[in-house]
Design a binder for this molecule. Structure first.
Ligand code: PGA
Length: 229
């Protein structure tokens, strides 16, 4: 079973999402766990998409936090997964490790599975960055998914060779086992699309993919689903 997580970012209008949701009905295959991550406003518009994720959550539980959405409110909308620490939020919106840690806790309190996004800005910084980003976890961390996305691959068309990705995933899994005595599923992301996902899926230790741009096109989503089955 492979994960196929589709991140719409801030790209889809209500009307576009309604069409997407309708076309999604015939897409499902048994062996792929497909989850769509729409913008907040589109979450209640999902009628046919079975698994819904959120792109963000507040680090606060409840109260006077204008513009925030809580984990409890996401739970009411049947959200199953939530991205945390995406590089766009870390780099553009200055989300730090403390905030990320609190968001993970809020989600786990509500039984929503956090998808912790990690990734280095430059290849040479891999180990240092990943250690620092994984420091938000501890032995007691509950169910969670890691999405490994090298920042230079996101939205750039730059995709590493399978051997390089496999090496990084092995390093991440070994590190988690050593430090936290747990191996969480690890997804890969960054310019994954319908053309390259088949080859990337040959990487043995990978549990699935987090896809941005290519997820917006329903035909591409369909092809990616087929490639993973
Ligand atoms: P991309 O985005 O597939 O457009 O590179 C991936 C992501 O940001 O998760």
């Amino acid at each position: 079973m492979k994960y196929l997580f589709l991140n719409h970012k801030m790209n889809v209008t209500k009307q576009e999402f309604l069409t997407y949701d309708q076309q999604f009905t015939n897409l499902y295959v048994d062996t792929v766990k497909a989850c769509v991550f729409p913008t907040f406003t589109n979450i209640p518009n999902a009628k046919n998409i079975k698994l819904i994720g959120s792109q963000n959550v507040s680090s606060y539980r409840v109260g006077s936090y204008t513009g925030e959405v809580s984990a409890k409110q996401l739970k009411e909308e049947n959200v199953s997964y939530c991205l945390v620490g995406h590089s766009e939020r870390r780099n553009i919106l200055h989300e730090d490790n403390q905030e990320i840690k609190e968001k993970i806790e809020r989600l786990q309190e509500e039984g929503i599975i956090p998808v912790l996004c990690i990734g280095e800005k430059q290849q040479k910084d891999f180990e240092q960055t990943i250690k620092e980003q994984l420091s938000v976890l501890n032995d007691a961390s509950k169910e969670l998914i890691i999405a490994y996305e090298p920042v230079y691959s996101i939205g750039t068309g730059v995709v590493l060779e399978n051997a390089e990705i496999e090496q990084s995933i092995t390093w991440i899994k070994d590190y988690m086992e050593r430090e936290f005595h747990k191996i969480y599923p690890v997804l890969y992301g960054g310019s994954v699309d319908d053309k390259n996902i088949g080859k990337l899926n040959e990487i043995g230790n990978l549990d699935g993919f987090l896809v941005g741009k290519a997820s917006l096109d329903i035909e591409k989503a369909k092809k990616m689903m087929e490639e993973l089955k």
